[in-house]
Design a protein around this ligand. Structure first.
Ligand code: ADP
Ligand code: MG
Ligand code: MG
Length: 252
């Protein structure tokens, strides 16, 4: 049983106006096979949490810890985090000139597993996963992120999720920019990975829309860099009806 544990996490960034403290003591524990939704108003620090787990150099950890099965994630390089079983969608957000999706996936799989997947079986596995995500097979020969639409980027993320089989995935605003059909396909992919591999998911979202398709076991509401409230799926329903006003009023 794997556990991703975030304890009293404090994170800041340097801006032109000086040091900005964004996360002010976040506690969150995810067990293998659990789906946690992190919700909250814009600017509450949700993406900062995702970037910090991903090891983005801009985000400075001032205190607290992130561990995966007791191992210090913050001490790991970005590649080591992926090898340890964390899926970080923003790890490769940029175009990679001359590297096709197919080669990229194979290289990533090799890096994570420590050995190359068998060529023949791998090709079929990739094709099969792409088909489930209703992706055209020509996608495999395109260069990574080159001219990808928002929807293609998201599908590429879920394709990686299905093929790389991480223990935990951090998905930040996976629903943004998707129409309902694409949202359904992407959500189905996330649910498949959850059901078949016991993937633990940290699903970060401002809106409740995606939670109609991906059902969280736990909901955490971020306000001003802290978890302001936690609960089960009923909390997401409440947010759908009431929005975040209640928290913002309390903050003043
Ligand atoms: P959320 O994802 O919940 O909308 P973010 O983590 O993106 O929130 O941002 C939290 C706060 O930190 C915001 O006030 C935002 O403006 C600020 N912030 C985050 N990243 C940066 C950055 N790279 N440069 C300047 N400010 C940032
Ligand atoms: Mg479940
Ligand atoms: Mg964000």
């Amino acid at each position: 049983m794997s556990t991703l544990k975030i304890s009293d996490l404090r994170v800041s960034i340097e801006t032109d106006q000086g040091t900005k403290h964004i996360l002010k003591g976040v506690d969150l524990t995810i067990e293998e096979g659990e789906i946690h939704a992190v919700m909250g108003p814009n600017g509450s620090g949700k993406s900062t949490l995702a970037y910090t787990i991903a090891g983005h150099p801009r985000y400075k950890v001032e205190g607290g810890s992130i561990t995966l099965d007791g191992e210090d994630v913050l001490a790991m390089s970005v590649d080591a985090r992926a090898r340890a079983g964390l899926f970080l969608a923003m790890q490769y957000p940029v175009e990679i000139p001359g590297v096709t999706v197919s080669n990229f996936l194979r290289t990533a799989k090799t890096a994570i597993d420590g050995e190359a997947p068998a060529i023949r079986g791998w090709g079929a596995t990739v094709k099969d996963s792409m088909k489930k995500l209703r992706m055209d097979s020509s996608f495999a020969s395109r260069n990574v992120n080159e001219g990808f639409s928002g929807g293609e980027k998201k599908r590429h993320e879920i394709l990686q999720l299905e093929l790389l089989k991480p223990k935990f995935a951090v998905l930040d605003e996976t629903d943004s920019g998707l129409d309902v059909d694409a949202l359904k396909i992407v959500s189905e992919g996330v649910n498949r990975a959850h059901e078949t591999t016991g993937l633990g998911i940290l699903l970060i979202t401002h809106y409740t829309r995606i939670l109609r398709y991906i059902h969280p076991d736990f909901v955490h509401v971020f306000v001003d860099g802290r978890v302001a409230e936690e609960g089960g799926p009923e909390l997401a329903e409440r947010l759908e009806n009431e929005g975040y006003d209640r928290y913002l009023v309390e903050q003043v």
